[in-house]
Design a protein around this ligand. Sequence first.
Ligand code: MOS
Length: 745
Amino acid sequence: MKRQTLENPSDTSLSRVDGAVKVTGRATYSAEYAVPELVHAVLVTSTIAKGSITTIESREAEAVPGVLAVISHLNAITVPGWPPKKQPAERMPVGTAFRVFYDPLIYFDGQPVAMVVAGTREQAVHAASLVRVTYQKETHQTHFEKNIHQSGIAQNVQRSKNSPFQDYERGDAGALANADVKIEAEYTIPTQHHQPLEPHAIIAIWEAEDKLTVYDKNQGVKSAQGQLAQAFKVPRENVQVVATYIGGAFGSGIRVWPHTMAAVMAAKQLKRPVKLVLGREQMFTSVGYRPYNKQKISIGAGKDGRLAGIIHEGTGQTSMYEEHLERTVLASRALYASPHVATRYRLLPLDVGTPTWMRGPGDATGTFALESAMDELAYALKMDPLEFRLKNYAESDPERNLPWSAKSLRECYELGAEKIGWKNRLREPRSVKRNGMLLGYGMASSLYGFHRHPSKARAVMHADGSVTVQSATMDIGPGTGTAMMRIVSKVLGLNAKKIRFELGHSALPDAPGQNGSSTIPSVGSAVHAACEALKGKLIGLAREMPRGTGQEWSGVVRNGQVLGSGDDKEGISYADILKHHHLNELEVTEESKSGAERDQYSMYSFGCHFVEVEVDPLTCEVRVTRVVTCADVGAIINYKTARSQSIGGIVGGIGMALMEHSAMDHRFGRYVTTDFAGYHIPVNADVPPIEVYYIDKPDMQANPIGSKGLGEIAIVGVAGAIANAVFHATGKRVRELPITPEKLI
Ligand code: MOS
């Protein structure tokens, strides 16, 4: 196989600043902090999907040497932020976050029902196996297909008129009925579970009665801080959450889950620091998942290839106690210039844990259906799928009737098509073989909304002219620190060696969690603002210094110096400016947020994927043999790490399209694919050369750095592109993921 190469040899981007500490094992992850007096917790989880606990027999477990406690609803401390318990226990009303060890009720299989705490993990694991729980079982409903008739509009949506999940319609409903060519089809995506390398893990330490420190794998230290402070009714600043290094996350770390609460409760109860690491099988029941869903699309066009209408309906699975809403049908409103669009979104509550966001939540799901349908309609029209998309290119946002802040999707299509050699493809499905394999090409468009949240950053110039920039942002893998250093370096004219970026600690300046592809747009803008302010101060201080040349200081900075003019070779170094003014440090904190531009423009990231597949005509095994992806996400801050993000998204998309499927045994309401033997994700041999291109045109309406989100658009559309390539190779349209051989035979 060919080695992947950087497409742009003149690229000057930084290598991952924490790459060396990560690969040499010097990075400390949440479970790895050396804490004195640390004890180990292991969860005992339910073996029924619905009912209630009748007894917990823990004497045998308690007798195991080293065991300190077996904690359950029978003896757990009262969490002050939770409502008083009801006697008898009542099922949680919809909209309630699950409360661990609160009452005997069971809502899903794998629910934590007890926790053993012991001196070593081995003792705790052994003792946990000895805890006997008996239940009063009730009939559970976990089968999506059998219960879909029970789905309905979320209560939350019924209450909120402005919810984007309300039913939507524009244009003339009759247009679709009268379209020259129409298709209608159903699409199914099964439950998928996030499986980052590092499982969720926490060390909880109560430093005092009202003072908590947690080392916790999550995607937002500030939001975890807020949630824990609220639950334990302690002042926010008394809770510190540390998550410096994260071994990957795709959305499972956005909220505080029951296992985190359980560890914090146990630490309080036992007055000892408690460590809890989820086992891989618990990663399938404890931290959410991409919900099972079904979609239906009716779509039609005139003979000229102009869309007449799209009706997109979607239903997603949720738990009995929370409503998890996703953008499943929303892409259909904005991606194409269809005069008529109607969308409907429903939820199906089942006796399962609550789903959560998983990379490209809703959009990755919805574009699988939409882009499959667009492809199918193009074939029905006898039109090239790319030409069909160009015919329906939305020059402005057809949903909000606003101009795009920027959109270079056309350029993405052109570049991607050129690189994959789209024009050479024969249109007829199942018409080309290569080395005995059926060869196919498919493409799909993608979009992802723009999220920019208020963010703060602090920049501190030190006496030696180096700078430390801080923000309570996160790095779950994309290389946040590396990209931020790039921004600092550019604004301050400073070599990366003189820059330090600190993140992942709740004591740092307020920043959103790493989700919704919002980090660079939000925190990057704050870092930019802080560095601009610092630069302004430095220039101001330089102006007050005696100047040999007599000229005005222009505001140009380079090589850690303020220059008199852009032509100057030498100026005054930052270190000299601080020294002259007897300053040990120079510090600024700035906040950055969106303004009126959000009402004037519609903002999205855009992109497209082109995929080549080979399908074995005998075994029907699908191999993705080439991917070309092109995105318009505004300015690219650091190409090298951006490219890694795109590759990661494509790999996730290959998993979604061909492998990932959490299978449930509905007799028990239990997932049975809870390890990597049963739950397949792509390995290196499944991943072909991936060519990554960006338009790299700053979107200056979006923010001062002109950069939009990249992390999620990387996966959005990939499954559709692969399904379309499989159709082209085989002539078979698979509308149910994953595309496994038996669906092609
Ligand atoms: Mo992403 S699903 O917002 O981690």
